[in-house]
Design a protein around this ligand. Structure first.
Ligand code: SF4
Length: 119
């Protein structure tokens, strides 16, 4: 994906003011026909242990660029996606120009979903 990703899963360790600071995220849902059957497998609830264990998937240069460019989205993860029924899925990579992940109040990846999914 070369576009922008917004995420409402504010309880995720990668969520920075509605943006995602992961290098790569994985979307599950190989049989999905709607957004509800997808989820962001990379979700990890905020907390010390997850902050440490997820540091290897952190986009530190992106975080710095985003800090400098606060008025536009310049930090977005690569998206590997199992939802092969989605229009935007090209060889299990997301080709959408803008992606929205939904997950307010999520406590696990089951509480998240890709809102951009279109069959
Ligand atoms: S739920 Fe997924 S897209 Fe949202 S911040 Fe976490 S890892 Fe990134």
């Amino acid at each position: 994906m070369s576009g922008k990703l917004n995420c409402s899963a504010e309880s995720c360790v990668h969520n920075m003011s509605g943006l995602c600071s992961a290098n790569t995220i994985f979307i599950e849902g190989n049989e999905a026909r709607t957004s509800r059957s997808t989820d962001c497998k990379t979700f990890a609830q905020k907390g010390f242990i997850n902050a440490v264990t997820n540091v290897v998937n952190s986009n530190v240069p992106g975080e710095i660029r985003q800090f400098v460019n606060q008025d536009e989205v310049v930090m977005s993860p690569s998206i590997k996606c199992e939802a092969v029924n989605c229009t935007y899925n090209v060889d299990q990579i997301c080709g959408a120009s803008n992606v929205a992940i939904y997950g307010p109040g999520a406590k696990s990846s089951n509480g998240t979903q890709c809102e951009t999914f279109v069959e």
